[in-house]
Design a binder for this molecule. Structure first.
Ligand code: AMP
Ligand code: ZN
Ligand code: FE
Ligand code: FE
Length: 300
């Protein structure tokens, strides 16, 4: 019978990789659009055999205190982080920021502005759905999230499935919510330079998340990564759980060319992203723990 976190005596030993500790540097909780509460994140990572896990919710550090408290109880290192959408080259640029669990300061202020904009965007999104004749209200969507500020498109997607206007969450994005689809409303996005400066002022570092989301041809991606490295970015997410081995190697080479740390993570979101587990991704994720040491060595 599979173990659930509630049945495990802490500290537990997960399967891990024999003789080698692994980590997960990209995980979401229901402080943004994941489905697990922040305190469950360290538990799941321990079960997966991780020595450290970064909580990287979208635009918010709100889950960190609860996650940190539980991490201490279950004996795992918790890295304070978050994921921010930036205005940059190509289709979509997400930035992972690490070592920023402060309750005030430049980075905190930057996130507060983004959260206000998220509320604005979500209200417009609900209005857009109503105009399209889809009976989904803003309040209904908020009820599904843990707060107004944690509401994201995956919650709207789940409601669209419930209402029978989409077959699955990916289908809800394809039909309604993705960029260019009828209910798409853009969010404000900061510049990579802004987010890197704010992160540094708060003692943090920036890493380019899932670099193929930029949807750039190899040469242009190389140039874009070079620009980010010049701005002060310290890493790129090469071992991204949803990328096949060849793409991960390609990104590790790209990181090496620009003297960036090749990081990695699952992008676990709980039940809204099927088939992914924290720490193990789709079963083949192995991010070695020395990645964290190399990242920490680049702190300002
Ligand atoms: P938001 O920040 O509210 O715009 O929502 C972003 C979230 O939507 C991210 O966590 C993505 O994982 C998810 N997402 C974006 N595009 C898609 C897609 N095409 N299919 C499924 N999930 C998506
Ligand atoms: Zn998300
Ligand atoms: Fe992302
Ligand atoms: Fe993510």
């Amino acid at each position: 019978m599979p173990q659930t976190p509630g049945e495990i005596r802490w500290p537990a030993r997960g399967p891990g990789i024999v003789g080698r500790a692994v980590i997960d540097l990209h995980v979401h909780s229901n402080a943004s659009d994941g489905t697990d509460p922040p305190a469950s994140i360290p538990e799941l990572a321990v079960v997966a055999g991780c020595a450290a896990v970064a909580l990287t919710d979208h635009d918010t550090l709100a889950g960190l205190p609860a996650a940190r408290a539980r991490a201490e109880e279950v004996g795992i290192e918790l890295i304070g982080g978050c994921e921010v959408s930036c205005a940059f080259s190509g289709a979509s640029t997400h930035v992972l920021v690490y070592f920023v669990d402060h309750e005030e300061g430049a980075f905190h202020d930057e996130l507060a502005g983004l959260r206000d904009d998220r509320v604005r965007r979500n209200r417009l999104l609900a209005e857009r759905l109503a105009e399209l004749g889809i009976p989904v209200s803003y309040d209904e969507a908020v009820a599904l999230a843990s707060s107004e500020e944690s509401l994201g498109r995956p919650h709207f997607a789940a409601l669209l499935v419930d209402k029978g206007v989409a077959e699955s969450i990916p289908d809800a994005f394809d039909r309604w919510l993705a960029h260019g689809r009828p209910a798409f409303v853009p969010k404000a996005r900061v510049l990579p330079r802004q987010i890197d400066e704010a992160a540094r002022q708060s003692g943090g570092v920036c890493v380019l998340a899932h670099p193929f989301s930029l949807e750039l041809p190899a040469r242009e991606l190389d140039q874009a990564v070079g620009q980010l490295a010049e701005l002060g970015f310290v890493g790129l997410e090469a071992n991204y759980a949803s990328y096949p081995p060849g793409e991960r190697r390609q990104l590790a080479d790209l990181a090496a060319r620009h003297d960036l740390v090749a990081t990695g993570g699952s992008d676990y979101h709980g039940t809204v992203k099927a088939g992914l587990s924290s720490g193990r991704g789709r079963g083949d994720l192995e991010v070695p723990d020395d990645v964290l040491e190399r990242l920490a060595a680049r702190r300002p």
